[in-house]
Design a protein around this ligand. Structure first.
Ligand code: BG6
Length: 482
């Protein structure tokens, strides 16, 4: 339906997410001619703003090249803004009126992006349902985490949304599903003969999925403290990666066939207990290279004094099915660590019947999500030359070496385009979400009820040493590279 008008509405247009991610994404899609021809944008928020003011807030994030000035102008010329309260039906009717004027009674499609704090979710969704649904085209709603705080609150939110919209209208974003190498997992696994036959408990010793960031909460402490690293990164981004690494082959590439397999593998995972995890919280590094590095989590003025919220977590998950029984899946994530990196590390077992005097290292397949997308396999080879020594080397597919001309799109770009196209493949289905909460809720409740004290680690370090020890106990041999 390329030729129909499309209206994209950003609720929370004056907020951080809108300015840093949503408007830039819309601009890049517009600039690259990827959107349907007759698309316009509406911002909606409480403050009385003009499009010009929104433009000024966004410009530092838009990456406009000098030769794009005219297109940039044109982009803002198809932007509109309506200010109103989130709980006022009358204000939403006003927005609807403006949209109707543009549509002029024609068939048109509407997309609603909820870039909002959780407190506004309920009233905005009710008001969209009651006052803003287009009558002649489709309506799609895009929602961002947090999807609740535990199984019960998430279910309440899901029930609420399900009472207003159909599942086909709901697009729950997990932006990791828009990343190149995460999207590549299915192709690597199911488009090759070479890997899949060894992708199992007979051959794989353990799997480590990690996320590291080299900076602290940077003023986002207020939000972060309410959620903690497990809800911020592990329960969504890392678990999504895990399900793509561990699921069985879907019957077809249809979004529901894929999500059926993801749900199935999640259902085979035992809920976590306190013993399955290591928690940490960063403290300032007096020798840190800048002010951020010198700051501990508790030094962030937006973090409540004495908070025990973890900024680092490692959890070992067990998948009780025929393929994976006994293979630990280690999820590890943290803020204020020594580097920025997100990767999957699949570590194979030792070679049986060793003839090399224990010099072989385990094979590893590493799928680096960022920075610098790559897939490489660590393997042993004879040292070249006259010697009969052996050494470790890599079969290396590093993207910026192999694909020099390619400019990879941002995760949000792909996902928002998917919403225009109506593909839910890379969005989280309601049953997937409830399994994810089932796995983490007991652990989160234990942490919160028992007042667990996280282990301190220095800003800029690898995290608590207890985490490395836990990896070691979980069949993961450390070769000094993760
Ligand atoms: C977000 C988290 O979902 O993902 C942030 O809320 C985190 O805390 C971010 O920094 C990481 O995303 P990316 O794409 O920069 O790896």
């Amino acid at each position: 339906d390329e030729s129909f008008p499309h209206i994209f509405v950003v609720f929370g247009a004056s907020g951080d997410l809108a300015k840093k991610k949503i408007y830039p994404t819309l601009w890049w899609l517009y600039r690259d001619n990827l959107l349907p021809k007759k698309t316009i944008f509406f911002g909606y928020a409480r403050s009385s703003l003009t499009v010009r003011e929104i433009r000024e807030k966004c410009t530092p994030y838009m990456k406009v090249r000098p030769d794009e000035e005219q297109a940039y102008e044109d982009f803002w010329n198809i932007n509109y803004y309506v200010s109103g309260a989130y709980d006022s039906r009358t204000d939403f009717e006003k927005l609807n009126q403006e949209m109707c004027t543009f549509e002029n009674g024609l068939h048109a499609n509407r997309l609603f992006y909820l870039a909002l704090p959780p407190s506004a979710f309920q009233s905005v969704s009710v008001n969209i349902r009651n006052a803003c649904m287009g009558q002649k085209g489709w309506n799609r709603i895009i929602v961002e985490k947090p999807f609740g705080k535990d199984a019960a609150s998430s279910k309440a939110l899901s029930d609420h949304l399900a009472s207003l919209f159909k599942e086909e209208q709901l697009y729950r974003i997990d932006h990791y599903l828009g990343k190149e190498m995460v999207q590549n997992l299915m192709t690597i696994r199911f488009g090759n003969r070479i890997f899949n036959p060894t992708w199992n408990r007979e051959n794989i010793s353990s799997v480590l999925i990690s996320f590291k960031e080299p900076f602290g909460t940077q003023g986002r402490g207020g939000y972060f403290d309410e959620f903690g690293i497990i809800r911020d990164v592990m329960q969504n981004h890392l678990l999504q990666i895990l399900s793509l690494v561990a699921m069985e082959k879907p019957v077809t590439c249809h979004p529901d066939d894929i999500r059926d397999e993801k749900v199935k593998v999640l259902k085979s995972i035992k809920s976590l207990e306190l013993d399955d995890c290591v928690l940490g919280q960063y403290v300032g590094n007096p020798d840190g290279k800048d002010d951020d590095a010198k700051m501990g989590y508790l030094d962030d003025p937006t973090v409540p004094a004495g908070s025990k919220t973890p900024t680092f977590a490692l959890a070992v998950l067990q998948i009780k099915n025929e393929r994976w029984d006994g293979v630990p899946f280690i999820l590890r994530c943290g803020k204020a660590l020594n580097e920025r990196k997100a990767e999957v590390r699949i570590q194979y077992r030792d070679v049986p019947g060793d003839i090399f005097g224990g010099r072989s290292k385990r094979n590893e397949m590493v799928i680096r999500v960022q920075p610098g997308e790559a897939l490489y396999v660590k393997m042993m080879t004879k040292s070249p030359g006259i010697t009969f020594d052996m050494e470790e080397t890599e079969l290396d597919l590093t993207y910026n070496q192999r694909y020099k001309e390619i400019n990879l799109p941002d995760a949000y770009e792909r996902l928002i385009l998917d919403v225009f196209c109506g593909s839910q493949m890379n969005f989280v289905r309601d049953d997937e979400l409830s399994e994810a909460w089932r796995i983490f809720t007991p652990l989160l409740h234990h942490i919160e009820n028992n007042d667990v004290q996280p282990i301190p680690y220095v800003h800029g370090s690898r995290g608590p040493k207890e985490a490395d020890e836990k990896c070691d106990k979980s069949n993961f041999k450390y070769y000094g590279s993760y």
